[in-house]
Design a protein around this ligand. Structure first.
Ligand code: NAD
Length: 702
């Protein structure tokens, strides 16, 4: 952290630096405050320019201080903002790069603002279930009007400076360095001939304020799940029509109340869990990583093509290997199709598409790819095919190349054993579509070297993925838990619920899509092949045969025009199916179950606690190093509601004693597979000692 204070043509230039985003830590606030005092007391100065170092203004609060006494220590952000606004000398904010959250709130209190054309300004607090708590809801509407303020604060999305150029928020938008513009403005009559104009003194003269706010609230109230922060933000913006201090007090109250909501706790947990996921025992941010200049992808099917696009988007040149020319052509067409789609939607320019495609080197020869730094294998899910591929890779790849498999279910240790360099092998489990989904499970094998793991994490970052480390087990973290969840969903149908009722219950809980809609989207054949394998491998394997019967009817999901649902109006419009209703009725009769009424809370608890109980085992076995990693997997890969913070955080919030009580209740239901509901020892231990999953930290298994 550093504060630079210099004088330029009778103007104090205060520049603050706190990498990576110039977060407003206590030291930064104190430094700016001292520099402001110094400028006030120097009679030779006529104005003050406040700016961030390193090409950006500020990303807002310093997240490293969240929840610590330093975040609330004097001067608080609100005190600093007050100091700026009440300064006797005009303060000009020179804004480059990002200006977010508390950073923008600080700039709003300056008397003038000059931004570079490529600066981005926003108040993203709703994304953490909060609202801007340092005057943002009061000052922004005074400068941009209530309508734009509602858009910005409710969405939390940043807006380019050019989009705000016509508002009182920005006095000037300049090409290049805003500091020069700010200094020019400081010397102008506009600044020198009048007292500093204060945002707080502006009257929000907007006769339709109440109507605008009512309309915004009405729109928000249709959202599922219904979140409190955007609604409270609109209330606070409406209070900007009142005298400033009254509005500020309303904002403050709402902020403090939101801090205590479960939704904000969940969102904040999700935010920090994501940042913690990349931290691995024994791997520091400066740990050595292997080069990542060239890659190779083996297999250009659904996953291989998506992985290739993801690498190309990151600017990494790659070889794409297929078994034969026809498959290679098909894969190339898939990749080109994905880019053409983006060009059509206006998300990518033609030249950028061509630039990315030029990085692609298709080949049928393994000998061509020996110089790649990292190879990602995405061939058929067959141990024999993987064996042949890894033997070939072992033969051709240069020493030190990272060898990754995208297997979903096969043993990464066995695959590593096909090579003479198991320490270079690991799993990189992408999710479909691989160029879209943010989650990347990094599967650490028994022999995986620490620098290979560090390289995989660096690759995840380069691909803008959220990498979570998993040990080796069947299904890794995500799919292993998903299997438990869907198993109970099928039992619930056998017992009396309908697929629609279950999907509705889970969607009101907040998941992006209920389990039956997901099954139809993914294809029923995927879970069918898992069940077939389980039945072959595990004596006495218990699972409903209802989904098998659905497959026997040829109802594999959206791709065959119907699965659990019919899709008369396209994939987004599932409709209840008379055929499925009939199938369920006859299946219940066949297995001798008389249907019972099942309420929403049983559906939600059974499905969510199925995830939690399996998650507890995964944690205990060290497959995941911490509960928050499991949450990240579910939040980024499986549509778990962010405001619930993930299944493990949700369970901690409910109370593990309560979760255990429900699990034991479910174990008494003879139909729901009592053995399935045997509580994991970790869940039992924590529930009995009043503990939480969040306190557990495991050494990694492989
Ligand atoms: P796919 O059938 O769409 O593609 C596999 C491709 O591999 C085919 O194009 C095939 O021609 C090619 N191939 C087969 N043998 C080869 C060889 N010896 N050399 C080069 N290419 C060869 O399969 P997919 O869905 O892309 O799955 C690939 C892998 O990714 C599997 O291990 C699967 O378990 C895993 N995976 C799939 C998903 C998913 O949602 N589909 C998600 C995560 C992981």
């Amino acid at each position: 952290m550093s504060i630079d204070y210099r004088v330029d043509r009778a103007v104090a230039v205060i520049s603050f630096a706190n990498p990576p985003v110039n977060g407003l830590s206590h030291a930064v606030r104190a430094g700016i405050s001292a520099a402001l005092d110094r400028a006030q007391t120097d009679p030779s100065l006529r104005a003050i320019v406040l700016t961030g170092a390193g090409g950006l203004f500020s990303g807002g609060a310093d997240i490293r201080e969240f929840g610590t006494p330093a975040s609330m220590a004097d001067p608080t952000l609100r005190q600093l903002i007050d100091l700026v606004e009440t300064s006797a000398k005009p303060v000009i904010a020179a804004i480059a790069g990002t200006c977010l959250g508390g950073g923008l709130e600080l700039a709003l209190a300056a008397h003038y603002r000059v931004a570079s054309a490529d600066a981005k300004l926003g108040l993203p607090e709703v994304k953490l279930g909060l609202l801007p708590g340092a005057g943002g809801t009061q000052r922004l509407p005074r400068l941009v009007g209530a309508e734009t303020a509602i858009d910005m604060i409710v969405s939390g999305d940043p807006v380019p400076a050019t989009g705000l150029a016509n508002t009182a928020l920005l006095d000037y938008v300049v090409n290049g360095d805003p500091l020069a513009g700010a200094l020019e403005l400081a010397a102008s009559a506009e600044v020198t001939t009048r007292p500093p104009p204060r945002t707080r003194d502006i009257l929000l003269d907007q006769p339709n304020l109440a109507a605008l706010c009512d309309a915004a609230r009405a729109r928000l109230e249709t959202a599922r799940p219904l979140l409190p922060a955007p609604l409270r933000a609109v209330d606070a913006i409406e209070a900007a029509g009142k005298p400033f201090d009254e509005g500020l007090a309303i904002e403050r109250r709402a902020f403090l109340e939101l801090m205590e909501t479960p939704e904000s706790k969940g969102l904040r947990h999700a935010f920090f869990a994501e940042r913690a996921a990349g931290k691995v025992d024994g791997i520091t941010p400066s740990a050595p990583v292997r080069p990542l200049d060239q890659a190779a992808v083996i297999g250009a099917g659904t996953m291989g093509a998506g992985i290739a696009v993801s690498l190309l988007n990151a600017g990494i040149p790659l070889w794409l290997v297929e078994a034969d020319q026809a498959a290679l052509d098909q894969g190339l067409a898939r990749i080109a199709g994905s880019y053409d789609g983006q060009v059509k939607k206006g998300k990518l320019s033609v030249s950028e598409r061509d630039h990315r495609l030029a990085l692609l080197r298709p080949t049928l020869s393994y000998d061509a790819i020996g110089q790649a730094d990292v190879v990602i294998e995405a061939v058929f899910e067959s141990m024999e095919v993987k064996r042949q591929v890894f033997i070939a890779l072992d033969r051709v790849m240069k020493p030190g190349a990272v060898l990754a498999t995208n297997t979903s279910t096969l043993d990464v240790n066995t695959i590593a054993g096909f090579t003479r360099r198991p320490s270079d092998v690991l799993g990189l489990h992408f999710f479909s579509p691989a160029n879209v989904m943010r989650l990347l499970e990094v599967v650490r094998g028994r022999a995986t070297a620490p620098d290979v793991l560090a390289t995989a994490l660096a690759l995840g970052k380069a691909l803008r993925k959220v990498a979570v480390i998993s040990g080796v087990c069947d299904g890794f973290i995500g799919n292993r838990m998903l299997e438990a969840y869907t198993k109970q969903a099928w039992y619930l149908v056998e017992e009396g619920a309908t697929p629609q009722q279950i999907d509705r219950a889970m969607e009101s809980f907040g998941v992006a899509m209920g389990p039956f809609r997901v099954g139809d989207l993914v294809g029923q054949d995927v879970s069918l092949s898992i069940r077939q394998r389980r039945r072959a491998e595990r004596l006495g394997y218990l699972c409903s045969t209802l989904p098998d019967k659905l497959c026997q009817l040829g109802r594999l999901g959206q791709k065959t025009g119907g699965g659990w649902y019919d899709y008369p109006e396209g994939p987004r419009r599932p409709a209840p199916s008379a055929v499925v209703e009939q199938l369920i009725t006859s299946h219940r009769a066949e297995i001798g179950v008389s249907p019972r009424q099942i309420d929403e809370s049983e559906i939600v608890d059974r499905l969510v606690y199925a995830l939690v109980n399996e998650g507890a085992r995964i944690l205990e076995e060290g497959i995941a190093a911490r509960a928050s990693d499991i949450d990240v997997v579910y939040l980024t890969g499986y549509g778990f509601p962010p405001a619930r913070g993930g299944p493990m955080f949700h369970a901690d919030q409910v109370g593990l004693d309560q979760v255990l009580r429900r699990v034991r209740e479910f174990a008494r239901n003879l139909h729901g597979d009592p053995a399935f509901w045997t509580p994991g020892p970790l869940l039992e231990r924590l529930a009995e000692s009043g503990g939480r999953f969040s306190e557990v930290s495991q050494s990694p298994a492989s």
